[in-house]
Structure formats: structure tokens, C-alpha cells
Ligand binder design. Structure first.
Ligand code: NAD
Length: 382
């Protein structure tokens, strides 16, 4: 029986609603596969501003550091929108990310067959590049999160008429995020594409240099290279060709938003931010749990909070990523993914994904709780 500690930061708005269901799913996985998950509930964001006067109290960060991983709902809401920048709820996210040293952001973007109609691309586009010839794609973008243009030196000239931002990357920063990508590729279809702008940028040339060295250590993974402008085109011309994409902070920010739009639904998308390779390395018992922050990509959705209509699947899929990447529990993570699929297969839809699936009158619109319960029920028989 293995024991893991998970910091829970339900946050604001719909955060607590969707996180409580993700916890139910984790508990069901624990019972089924013989793991104990101990939770430490922490405040951050708006809730922390109200209770402690700041978005990320030191105790929250300290307690999170003592845990093996963090599961976060979302933070923010209109009641805190007028506060000065350093007191805004979203500051909690930046503080947690830097405080926990998570440098690799993983954003899967998969088009599930049940939600085919949510994707703006034509069938022939989806089929192109899909090895099974199906109108589907399943890709993972690994974005460097703590370096590059967003953290480089910046400024303005004395007269204010020119401005600059700098992109700096060290070998070590490129090396470690690439290894996260390779670990992820090992658990997937064993393809990795490095995206850069090496025809123009010196920092990109270093990315390419380092990645060519590291690729030799992973002969079982097919490594390819694309310039970012071409990658942006390929994502909408034939997304099925991609498995894992590894790229810099700036390029990853843009490409991951592009990819997520192709799946059509913000309520379905999970994310992980990791402080190590995780995944395959952890599964092979090579490392202890790898710290990661797992969260749906959506925000706190104050417009639908407390109404039992939020889609809980992004939060549940974030819990699956936590099992997979921080704890190396691949079988358990795959069971959660399959249970989500089964709930969708049965025709259940929350409002955000209803009416676009082509399932016609077999669709049934359900609330947050009922969707969560359907996933739990499906888990029992997987
Ligand atoms: P949002 O993602 O909260 O909502 C955008 C739209 O999507 C809304 O119409 C909402 O109802 C809908 N939506 C979001 N999640 C959904 C779900 N699970 N099921 C069904 N519908 C869903 O983005 P926003 O409205 O721009 O931001 C609201 C608040 O959340 C703001 O305070 C913002 O700063 C914050 N925010 C936080 C995070 C985070 O904590 N990581 C991320 C983005 C936004």
C-alpha cells in the first residue's frame, strides 16, 4: 500500500465544485488499486485574500512544498478585480509555480471522437497525418515555463520610444525541459517534435544544438524539428501528425492556445506543471514522486459557480495527469481517462459540450455532480 500526500487548492468560483469530484475519483482509484492519498486543503487566490489579506499566504506555499503534488481548481473573480496587481488572486498561481520550481508545463490537446463536432477542422484535415486514418488527434505540448522571453531583461529607452525584451536560455534549462518531453513521449506514441526558430534566433540555435545531443540518448523516440511558423500551420493542416511537442515559453504559450481551440471545449482540458521528468522515470521506480501542479486550464467561471452546471471533466483529467506524471501510476491514470471516455460514450454531456457531438437524441444533459458520478460508476467496471 503506497501513501501519497496531495495539496488541494480548490480556489474560487467553480474550483471547489470540480475539485471535490476529482478528489472522489482519486479516492476511488486509491480503493481500487491500493493507494492512500492524504489531502492537505490549502487556501490561495480570492479565498486567501478574504481570509488572510494576501493571495498566497506563506503557510500555503510552505505546506504545498511538504506535499508530493498540488491539485488546484482555479482562482479569481470579479470581487477581487479592482485590487492592485500584487494583491490579485492570479498572483497566487505565479507564486506557487515559482515557489515549487515547476519549469515544464504540459498541456494535452486531444480531440475525442465523441466531441468531434466541437472541432472547427474538416474531416480530411483531421485524417491527414493520423496514422489510423481517423478524424482525431491526441497531442501534448510541453512548454518551458520559467525562462526565455517572459523572464529576460526588458526595458525602454530614455525617451520611451523604443523597447526591448530579451530571450535567454541556458543549456541546463533546455536540457531539463526536453527530458520532461522525452519522458512523456515514452508513455505515449514515442514521437517528439522540437519547435524553434533556429533559422533566425540564436537562442533557438542553442535549443536545436542541445536537443540534437539529447535525442541520441533516446533512440526509441523519433525526434523531429520544426520552425514555429510552420508548426502553427501544421497544427491546423494536420494535427494528427503530432505526438509530443517541446518548445520555449513564448512559442509554447501561443501554440498551446491554438491547439486547445481545436478541441473545442475549455471544460475538457487539463494541465500539469512539473518540477522534473516524472512519468516514465517515476513509473520505472527511478525517482520519488515528482512535484507538479495540476489544474484545469479554465478559470473560476464565476458566471456559472454554484449552479451545478460546470463541466468537472477537466479537473478529473487533471487528477489523471497527477497520477501519471507525479506518481508514475500509469495504469491508474489510464483507468481515469477510460472512465471519462465511458461517461461520454454513454451520451452524458454537461451544457458546455452538449449539442455539438453528433450523438443526436442519445445525448443527455447533466449537471456537474451527475457527470462526476458517471465517471465514478464507469471506474468501477474498468
Ligand atoms: P473562465 O475560464 O473562468 O470562463 C470562460 C468561459 O468558459 C465562461 O463562460 C465560463 O462559464 C466557461 N467555463 C469555464 N470553465 C468551464 C467549465 N468547467 N464548464 C463549463 N463552462 C466553463 O475564464 P474568465 O471568465 O476569463 O475568467 C474568470 C476568472 O477566472 C477571472 O477572475 C480570471 O482571472 C480567472 N482565471 C483563473 C485561471 C486559473 O486559476 N488558472 C485561469 C483563467 C482565468
Amino acid at each position: 500500500m503506497s501513501n501519497y500526500s496531495i495539496a488541494l487548492v480548490p480556489g474560487d468560483g467553480i474550483g471547489p465544485e470540480v475539485i471535490s469530484l476529482a478528489v472522489d475519483v482519486l479516492d476511488a482509484v486509491g480503493d481500487r488499486y491500493g493507494h492512500i492519498f492524504n489531502y492537505v486543503e490549502l487556501i490561495a487566490g480570492g479565498k486567501a485574500i478574504d481570509a488572510a489579506g494576501e493571495p498566497l499566504p506563506a503557510e500555503t506555499l510552505e505546506a504545498a512544498k511538504q506535499c508530493d503534488a498540488v491539485l488546484l481548481g482555479a482562482v479569481g473573480g470579479p470581487q477581487w478585480d479592482t485590487l492592485p496587481g500584487h494583491l490579485r488572486p492570479e498572483r497566487a498561481l505565479l507564486g506557487l509555480r515559482s515557489g515549487l520550481g515547476v519549469y515544464a508545463n504540459l498541456r494535452p490537446a486531444a480531440l475525442l471522437p465523441q466531441l468531434r463536432a466541437a472541432c472547427p477542422l474538416k474531416d480530411e484535415v483531421l485524417i491527414a497525418g493520423n496514422s489510423a486514418g481517423k478524424p482525431e488527434f491526441d497531442l501534448l505540448i510541453v512548454r518551458e515555463l520559467t525562462g526565455g522571453l517572459y523572464f529576460g531583461e526588458r526595458g525602454r529607452s530614455a525617451d520611451g520610444n523604443s523597447a526591448f525584451d530579451t530571450e535567454t536560455y541556458s543549456r541546463a534549462e533546455i536540457d531539463r525541459v526536453l527530458r520532461v518531453g522525452y519522458s512523456a513521449a515514452k508513455l505515449r506514441r514515442k514521437k517528439l517534435c522540437v519547435v524553434d526558430k533556429a533559422n533566425v534566433l540564436e537562442s533557438s540555435r542553442l535549443w536545436r544544438e542541445v536537443s540534437k545531443e539529447i535525442a541520441q540518448e533516446y533512440p526509441d523516440i523519433e525526434t523531429s524539428y520544426l520552425y514555429v511558423d510552420n508548426c502553427a500551420m501544421q497544427l491546423i493542416r494536420a494535427p494528427g501528425q503530432f505526438d509530443v511537442i517541446v518548445t520555449s515559453n513564448l512559442f509554447g504559450d501561443i501554440l498551446s492556445d491554438e491547439a486547445s481551440v481545436l478541441t473545442g471545449s475549455i471544460g475538457m482540458l487539463a494541465s500539469a506543471s512539473l518540477a522534473g521528468s516524472g512519468g516514465a522515470a517515476t513509473a520505472q521506480g527511478a525517482t520519488a514522486p515528482v512535484m507538479g501542479i495540476y489544474e484545469p486550464i479554465h478559470g473560476s467561471a464565476p458566471d456559472i459557480a454554484g449552479k451545478d452546471i460546470a463541466n468537472p471533466l477537466a479537473a478529473i483529467l487533471s487528477a489523471a495527469m497527477l497520477l501519471r506524471y507525479s506518481f508514475g501510476l500509469e495504469k491508474e491514470a489510464a483507468a481515469v481517462d477510460a472512465a471519462v471516455n465511458a461517461a461520454l460514450d454513454s451520451g452524458l454531456r454537461t451544457g458546455d459540450i452538449a449539442g455539438r457531438s453528433g450523438a443526436g437524441n442519445t445525448e443527455k444533459i447533466v449537471g456537474t455532480m451527475e457527470m462526476g458520478k458517471a465517471v465514478l460508476k464507469a471506474l468501477e467496471v474498468i
